[in-house]
Design a protein around this ligand. Structure first.
Ligand code: FES
Ligand SMILES: [Fe+2]
Length: 414
């Protein structure tokens, strides 16, 4: 008898409305009650490893461009990427390093990486500007376990660690391999952001949609549907563990895969590393928390839009950024070692190509789902136990969009 995770999550078992996937009004509520006031992922501390390093991230649903810097004193800070002069975006690059200042490309107002306005070009022609009051607008920013988050609500009173709650404790101190080296894939999709969240939140589809890629390693003779191995629920966040086929081996015809993994000790075909490099990762209490012998990976979903996926051979992330009710930006990062040999370079190319193939299978699907749901031929989804995260996400969102404050929303999810 399989564990009933839907019961364990305290959820009902009835059909779930599809209206939030196509409703402009619901999208507005998601903007105001979710994205404008929850903590949002920006990246890793390694992305701004040295003083002067910066990254710029867009939060389209809130119309915000965010500048993350590492200022003198090693402090990581976040600002609206908006000039005090006439509102132009100050930094146009996605990332880089500026030892001293940011210069707005419009009229050369310059800012320190601590946000201070340093200089105004042709200042004498202005009418007594107090530079100390015209710095970049700061945004709440904090770091958890090497992950940088921001909160766009300047009145926010819930700290990052309180927001993550038990989920933050559950996942703390995971020794992420190659956290400083990643490859990013980005795509714009004509679908509601939740279809992308859903695409990476269950394993029911894997033997079917991914039958030609990872299907055979995520299902097996004794578990053709690839059932969940475990599920954990923490406030609005949650984590599931997926089935892995211990008997999986590439067929005779899969020559490239056989060559890529020949002579390499790894935990699965989704391994970026040799298994001795990921021993500490696999030993962590919250990686494969049930310590199942038939395990492939964990999906850790940090509400609302961040997936931190951990497999035996490494980790990767998905970020899903809403733009419009039917338009979204998807960002995936693979964290990979620096190849030290031709063999490891080849293996890595195969690993990335394999994962990219799988993700393309998912991405090619979501716009079709959007079309189907937008047609209004159906009004409800029928979800099974493997899809518990989808049901729980919709339940959580429903609670958030009717809550006046983040505190109340979190209380509702306790
Ligand atoms: S808008 Fe930035 S210097 Fe004018
Ligand atoms: Fe998939």
């Amino acid at each position: 008898m399989r564990a009933n995770f839907t019961d364990a999550a305290g959820l009902g078992k009835g059909p779930v409305s599809m209206e939030p996937y196509r409703s402009a009004a619901y999208f507005e509520m998601e903007r105001d009650k979710v994205f404008a006031r929850t903590w949002l992922i920006m990246g890793r501390t390694e992305d701004v490893a040295n003083v002067g390093d910066f990254i710029v991230k867009e939060v389209e649903i809130c119309g915000a461009s965010i500048l993350i810097t590492r200022a003198a004193g090693n402090e990581i800070r976040a600002f609206h990427n908006v000039c005090s002069h006439r509102g132009n975006q100050v930094v146009w690059e996605e990332k880089g390093s500026r030892k001293t200042m940011f210069r707005c490309p419009y009229h050369n107002w310059t800012y320190g990486n601590d946000g201070r306005l340093l200089a105004i070009s042709d200042e004498k022609m202005f009418f007594g500007v107090d530079k100390s009051k015209c710095g970049l607008e700061p945004i709440q920013c904090d770091v958890w376990d090497g992950w940088i988050f921001i909160n766009l609500n300047s009145d926010n009173k819930v700290g990052l660690h309180a927001y993550l709650g038990e989920m933050g404790i559950f996942l703390s101190d995971i020794p992420y391999p190659n956290a400083g080296r990643s490859i990013k894939i980005q795509a714009y999709l004509k679908c509601n952001w939740k279809f992308l969240i859903d695409a990476f939140s269950e394993s029911y589809h894997i033997p079917v949609l991914h039958s030609k890629t990872i299907g055979p390693s995520f299902s097996g003779l004794n578990d053709p549907a690839g059932h969940l191995q475990n599920a954990e629920f923490f406030g609005p966040h949650h984590s599931i563990s997926l089935f892995g086929n211990p008997d999986y081996a590439p067929t005779e015809a899969q020559l490239v895969e056989r060559l890529a993994y020949k002579g390499m000790a790894s935990e699965s075909v989704l391994a970026a590393n040799q298994s001795d490099e990921t021993e500490a990762l696999r030993a962590h209490k919250s990686v494969n928390p049930a310590k199942s012998a038939t395990w492939s990976m964990d999906i850790n979903e940090i509400f609302p839009n961040f997936h931190l996926d951990v497999a035996g051979g490494g980790f990767w992330t998905h970020e899903i950024w809403p733009i419009a009710p039917d338009y979204s930006r998807y960002e995936m990062r693979f964290f990979v070692p620096k190849p030290e040999s031709v063999r490891s370079a080849f293996h890595q190319e195969h690993y990335i190509a394999r994962l990219a193939d799988v993700v393309l299978e998912d991405l090619a699907n979501v716009e079709r789902t959007q079309k189907g749901v937008a047609s209004r031929a159906k009004n409800f989804m029928i979800l099974q136990d493997n899809e518990v995260l989808i049901r729980r996400m919709m339940d959580t969102l429903d609670k958030f969009v009717v809550s006046d404050t983040l505190e109340k929303a979190l209380e509702g999810c306790a």
